[in-house]
Design a protein around this ligand. Sequence first.
Ligand code: NI
Length: 193
Amino acid sequence: MILPIYIYGQPVLRKVAEDIDPENYPRLKELIEDMFETMHNADGVGLAAPQVGLKDRIFVVDLTVLAEDDPEFEGFKKVFINAHILERTGDIELIDEGCLSLPGIHEKVPRENRIRIQYLDENLQPHEEEFEGFKARAIQHEYDHLDGILFVDRITPLRKRLIKGKLSNLTKGKIDCHYKVKTLLPGSSNRHS
Ligand code: NI
């Protein structure tokens, strides 16, 4: 089932998400399926639970669409439950990012290019793994959502000032994208609202 994606301005995007008790979490499988479906429908490569209105420490990443250009991403479709980054190391890289909760905005974001993270996978198996490069970046972007952080919080004050108008339009529901969204105020230009 495709879920509406919560847009910048929605308070849930600013909450710190909490670990779930997987044994007592009904419909976890369905939620994960819905998150992948919602993400693919919106042409995204990652989606975190707060983006569908939930304060749970769950996110999904699917970079397989990039495998055509780079075999490193072959089969990289992963679920991260109760994720906690243990370490961020390596060089800081500045790379363009976007976010399904901030349609129409793309900015260069500085991030460490290597991380170590612990999480449960979709079968509730525990992992502690290192990731680097774009994988580490995609994971950090989604992980930020679990801490109520958005990529525009990590850009320079100047860039932030330059996109102020765009951000305020998002909170007002003035938005143009092809997927189903939930804005803070009822929108005018979204064809789904
Ligand atoms: Ni995002």
